[in-house]
Design a protein around this ligand. Structure first.
Ligand SMILES: [Zn+2]
Ligand SMILES: [Zn+2]
Length: 293
């Protein structure tokens, strides 16, 4: 094995080990990394990809590291990954996050900003994107609520709920090799918020803020429509209390989802009638306080 490849392999192994130690420590990612939180997402798993094309975006230079050695892809370039090329790690210069697009040919194209690691199980590829916490929050808020036409205070309430979930749930990895997946099993996640978009503004308005009950950040649950009244349940040391949701009641809106915590339909309606995100969060997460992590 050439020296460079061996170094890359060692770097990969050391990254994996560091990650394991970090996850095993049980410390909140936010606290441990002093604001430089990173979260890992197993993406596109539902689509069971056996081949993925990777394209650099925004003039990015993609640094590839695999058993075959290190290389760079930039400009109009792209590369194809199948199980024979795994494991492979893709990053910017000096392991910095980078802007790239993943394509499952004929199925989906989605952009990301972060570090990419692709492993395989049999022929199936497992792409894992590790991204900055605020990038993840924007990618979730924009996936959960439509960016166009949704008032910023509804998006901000969604952003703080998503950040709280990530922060509280991060110490225990929910998947092999990744803390989260990109489906509603963990957090529905798509592309990062566009620069200057209302989603980006909502993330910035709540930057670093989470919902906490006592001293603990709550892994905040939320659903599409509560149907007029949210549910009560004690989960993860937080007592969800049932609250009346006037917008669902007035609109005769039926329940979609589990009905715990933030009602997205209610939040949008309340924000349209002038509610601030702090008041929306307080309504659907009674007893919680907003604090900085
Ligand atoms: Zn999951
Ligand atoms: Zn509702």
């Amino acid at each position: 094995m050439p020296r460079g490849a061996e170094q890359d392999r060692l770097a990969l192994v050391s990254t994996v080990i560091t990650r394991r130690l970090f996850l095993a420590s049980g410390v909140s990612s936010f606290a441990a990394l002093n604001g430089q939180a990173k979260f890992s997402f197993w993406v596109l798993g539902l689509l069971k990809p056996s081949q993925i094309n990777v394209y650099p975006l925004s003039n990015a230079r993609l640094h590839l590291h695999s058993a075959q050695g290190a290389s760079i892809v930039e400009g109009e370039g792209a590369f194809t990954v199948d199980a024979t090329r795994t494991p492979i790690v893709v990053a910017g210069p000096n392991k910095s996050p980078v802007s790239f697009l993943l394509e499952i040919p004929g199925v989906i194209r989605r952009r990301y900003f972060g570090l990419l690691a692709i492993t395989s199980v049999g022929r199936l590829l497992r792409p894992v994107v590790t991204m900055d916490g605020e990038v993840a929050v924007g990618s979730i808020a924009g996936a959960e609520l439509p960016g166009r036409g949704t008032p910023i205070h509804a998006l901000s309430a969604q952003a703080i709920a998503a950040r709280s979930f990530l922060c509280a749930a991060a110490p225990r990895a929910r998947h092999i090799g990744a803390q989260f997946c990109d489906t509603t099993h963990c957090q529905f996640l798509r592309a990062p918020a566009d620069s200057g978009s209302v989603v980006e503004k909502a993330v910035q308005a709540t930057r670093g803020l989470v919902l906490s009950s006592g001293t603990a950040v709550i892994p905040a649950h939320y659903s599409a429509a509560c149907g007029g009244q949210t549910d009560s349940a004690e989960l993860d040391n937080y007592q969800y209390r049932s609250v009346v949701c006037e917008p669902c009641r007035r609109g005769g809106i039926v329940r979609r989802g589990h009905g715990l915590g933030l009602c997205q339909t209610g939040a949008i309606s309340l924000a349209k009638s002038g509610w601030q995100w702090q008041d929306i969060a307080a309504k659907y997460y009674p007893g919680c306080v907003i604090r900085n992590v």
